[in-house]
Design a protein around this ligand. Structure first.
Ligand code: GLC
Length: 577
């Protein structure tokens, strides 16, 4: 352990606690996102499955996380990688069976891991029995009213009911045909045409989801990550809307590159399909339902809502417990921007008694080991590919990612990790066009690469077929030829590896109870440095280009090797205060 002897003058100001002050497990938990298709394949078909997850859970215990969140594994035609659900209460054969789910959950619980599953209420698959019944039923029928069917505009109804675009590109409306083949009504799909939006003004729909929640709660899940939790209610009359700028495909992405700070005040009017006030009563009902179950079950909102003060409405005491902090994810790697978003997060969430969450990667965004070194415009959801401008320098990207993660894991509150980031995986940029599967790629006619590059199956063993992802060597997206050195087995016990950095950070976070702590800003290091204390730990992150002098203290953790008394560029260190 190195000790340093110099000490810049340090001033303390309080950034506050981020836990919202209760003691429930989710206030401080580190939650690991499993993307089932790409985690581990037990059948050799090239697609990950529940059996694969069960067989690899020990690795997550070794890593030191508290819970797992599984992206959808439900019956689905897989038009949007499972976010197009055809049966909310069954497992798709691709992933196994309900018994496989129970085995996975039982094993996770034995190992002390909580299990959160994904709930997709904004839309179903067009193959869901409800939608098939709606198509078969006449206009104006109760079956049609479960979805968002409308007559078209124009004399023959051939124009879409309004001008909304799908998040994935192209119009948000598709016209259906009558049984005799003549054109009929249109239905709304904020995402792919295979994902019709449900009508959440319809009480029958609400009752179905109460049953779905109960189905999984009765089976013992510890909570739900709620997909598109800002989208369920649409403004009355479905008025036209033209966004002023490309605010990112999910409605986030408002940060301003020129000032390098996230816009934490919303400058644009709220789109009529996002963040409508009517969504909140739905979550209040669900929260009451969860309250009937023992064990601190949790709801986490995927709501691309800014500013953070508005997002905090999703986690008021009688609504959800957590919301993903996408403002944090989208913050550029600069000192002022990072300090500002941390302050705003803690203020907003603590103001309603909720924990702040922190997240840098997930299955919808460019992996942060690449994103943090992008030099071109990259609206959320666009992805990157071989023809994208501003290609990231992989060495710089990984260095920044390690520093950014070391900063994130020292913050009080709850943190989310996306599978593979603990291995330092970059975005896979050079996927062949023919391999791409994200509907964004197809609906934007190749204008947006989409999200496949962050979904490539992860490497477990450097010298096995498909790096141990599947025994057959199959992989639903091709894995890069140079991932051997990033495989888990190549990193375990290797000093300085990204896996060892994550493992050490999580162990120290637990030992020092950083999740339940409070951050106090330290100044005196210069604008590019983010520095704070959290209990007995001093955290210093250098986002700038020149080394800065370190204060006295034993080094507990460093995202890069530290020699002498200086903190290099793009490096984070934890010192014993
Ligand atoms: C969420 C999911 C994303 C999916 C979309 C539609 O944003 O994270 O993967 O495509 O919802 O369900």
């Amino acid at each position: 352990m190195a000790t340093h002897t110099t000490s810049p003058s340090i001033a303390l100001t309080s950034a506050g606690t981020a836990t919202g002050r209760g003691t429930e497990w989710w206030r401080t938990a580190v939650i690991y996102q499993i993307y089932p298709r790409s985690f581990a394949d037990s059948t050799g078909d090239g697609i990950g499955d529940l059996g694969g997850i069960t067989s690899r859970l020990e690795a997550l215990v070794d890593l030191g996380v508290d819970a797992i969140w599984l992206s959808p594994f439900y019956a689905s035609p897989q038009k949007d990688a499972g976010y197009d659900v055809a049966d909310y209460c069954d497992v798709d054969p691709l992933f196994g069976t309900l018994d496989d789910f129970t085995r996975m959950q039982t094993r996770a619980h034995e190992l002390g891991l909580r299990v959160i599953i994904d709930l997709v209420p904004n839309h179903s698959s067009d193959q869901h029995a409800w939608f098939q019944a709606a198509l078969a039923a006449p206009e104006g029928s109760p079956e049609r009213d479960r979805y968002m069917f409308r007559d078209g505009k124009g004399p023959d109804g051939s124009e879409a009911p309004n001008n909304w675009d799908s998040v994935f590109g192209g119009p948000a409306w598709t016209r259906v045909a009558h049984p005799d083949g003549t054109p009929g009504q249109w239905y709304l799909h904020l995402f792919d045409a295979s994902q019709p939006d449900l009508n959440w003004q319809n009480s029958w729909v609400r009752e179905q989801f109460v049953d779905i929640l109960r189905f999984w709660l009765d089976r013992g899940v510890d909570g739900f990550r709620v997909d598109v939790a800002h989208g369920l209610i649409k403004a009355d009359g479905l008025p036209d809307y033209t966004p002023a700028t490309d605010g990112g495909s999910m409605g986030g992405g408002h940060f301003n590159d020129t000032v390098l700070e996230p816009a934490i005040s919303a400058e644009e009017p709220t789109p009529p399909y996002w963040a409508q006030p009517g969504v909140h009563e739905i979550y209040r009902q669900w929260r009451r339902l969860l309250g009937e179950y023992a064990g601190d079950r949790v709801l986490c909102a995927e709501a691309w809502v800014e500013p953070l003060a508005t997002l905090a409405n999703w986690v008021r005491p009688d609504e959800m417990q957590q919301a993903f902090n996408f403002s944090y994810l989208e913050t550029p790697w600069t000192g002022p921007a990072m300090r500002r978003v941390i302050d705003a997060s803690i203020d907003a969430f603590e103001g309603v008694g909720a924990p702040s969450t922190w997240v840098l990667s997930n299955h919808d965004v460019v992996r942060h080991a690449s994103r943090l070194a992008l030099t071109g415009e990259n609206p959320q959801g666009a992805g990157i590919g071989p023809r994208s401008p501003g290609q990231p320098d992989p060495v710089l990207g990984l260095r920044r990612a390690r520093a950014a993660t070391a900063l994130m894991l020292a913050l009080p509150g709850s943190a989310y990790i996306y599978q593979g980031e603990e291995l330092g995986l970059p975005e896979v940029i050079d996927l062949p066009d023919a391999a791409r599967q994200d509907p964004t790629w197809f609906r934007s006619h190749g204008k947006k690469y989409g999200r496949d590059g962050c979904r490539v199956p992860i490497p477990w063993e450097s010298d096995k077929p498909a790096y141990g992802f599947s025994s057959s060597g199959e992989s639903w997206l091709p894995q890069p030829a140079d991932w051997g050195a990033l495989a888990r087995d190549a990193q375990v016990g290797l000093p300085g590896s990204t896996l060892e950095l994550y493992t050490a950070a999580l162990a120290l976070r637990r030992a020092h109870e950083l999740g339940a702590g409070a951050a106090s800003w330290l100044s005196g290091f210069g604008d590019a440095v983010v520095a704070f204390t959290n209990g007995a730990v001093t955290v210093i992150a250098n986002t700038g280009t020149v080394a800065v002098e370190l204060p006295v203290g034993d080094i507990l953790l460093a995202s890069e090797e530290i020699t002498g008394g200086a903190l290099p560029a793009d490096t984070t260190v934890w010192l014993r205060s």
